[in-house]
Design a protein around this ligand. Structure first.
Ligand code: ADP
Length: 295
């Protein structure tokens, strides 16, 4: 399989902050990959290095087998970066056409604007646009060159529900047509709905990497709480589905990824337990606990 992106032992330090620590990552052509992680995990740094916008301190980065800058020059890469500045005085259509003109094989500007949902804004100046409209223009600029690799850093920030849906729908269409998409988000649901693979970053390291279902099993699940005066950790750990056991005096918390099986076994085997309660670990908080993040 051709690799769209290849990072080898990439590290990056800002002063005392180790933003990326020996990151290895291969992304094949046609994959839709979500890069997840709490604020400060290193997502933007990793994407900027992949795009050749920042230099790594050590390690190598290849995009379609070339350096990131060569891949960008060749028009293989489309980018949407957070808070990227836009020229205020030009009209949307002029900007899209200008950016398309920088690529070897751009999409027709009208098609790009339609895909990004900005065709109604074509005649407006950027300075007149709302935050969400600007974000859609950024998306249009990312699409303008009909890139083989689309890199999106938190693409839905500031977008309303309909715009989000249509952005993702377009992203998925591109993936179905063979493009590669890498996007950073801290919404697990976006990863769940639109990525095939999740790369989980925490403190500059990849702490999990796999198909969405696998990551969900890792971070999702259910919490089961009860009291058991003489809790036996060994017995609790051996219950089906149980991934984590926490005992605090008589208070027991189990984290399980097969709640039905865990509860059945609990009620069958452990007659001395009381006050059983279950709470769904929502994916967001489970994810935060997995990455040790604090947002
Ligand atoms: P994320 O995108 O996951 O929020 P970043 O890549 O932006 O993470 O940041 C990773 C770490 O590097 C953070 O601790 C952040 O404060 C730090 N950092 C990022 N960019 C810079 C910079 N230009 N100068 C100094 N520190 C930075």
């Amino acid at each position: 399989m051709t690799k769209a992106l290849e990072l080898r032992s990439v590290s990056k330090q800002y002063g005392q902050t180790r933003a990326l620590d020996q990151v290895d990552l291969d992304i094949g052509e046609g994959e839709a990959v979500a890069v997840l992680g709490p604020n400060g995990a290193g997502k933007s740094t990793m994407l900027s290095i992949a795009l050749g916008l920042r230099a790594a301190d050590t390690g190598t980065t290849k995009v379609f087998g070339s350096s990131p800058v060569e891949a960008l020059k060749a028009g293989h890469v489309g980018v949407l970066l957070q808070e990227a500045g836009l020229l205020e005085d030009v009209r949307v259509s002029e900007l899209v056409e200008a950016v398309a003109g920088m690529y070897a094989k751009p999409l027709p500007a009208v098609q790009t604007m339609r895909a990004a949902g900005v065709e109604q804004l074509a005649g407006k100046r950027i300075g007149q646009l709302s935050g969400g409209q600007r974000q859609r223009v950024r998306f249009a600029l990312a699409l303008a060159g009909d890139p083989k690799l689309l890199v999106l850093d938190e693409p839905t920030v500031g977008l309303d529900v309909d715009s989000r849906r249509s952005l993702w729908q377009h992203v998925r269409e591109r993936v179905e047509a063979g493009s590669t998409v890498v996007f950073a988000t801290h919404y697990l649901t976006e990863a769940d709905d639109y990525a095939d693979r999740v790369v989980l970053l925490s403190e500059g390291r990849i702490v999990a990497d796999g198909p969405v279902e696998q990551i969900k099993a890792l971070v999702g699940g259910l919490e089961v709480r009860f009291t058991w005066k003489d809790a036996d950790p060994g017995r609790l750990e051996s219950l089906p589905g149980v991934r984590q056991v926490h005992i605090d005096g008589p208070a027991v918390t189990l984290r399980t990824n097969d709640s039905d099986a865990t509860l059945r076994a609990l009620f069958l085997d452990l007659h001395e337990i009381k006050d059983v309660r279950t709470t769904a670990t929502d994916l967001e908080s489970a994810f935060v606990s997995l990455t040790g993040g604090n947002d």
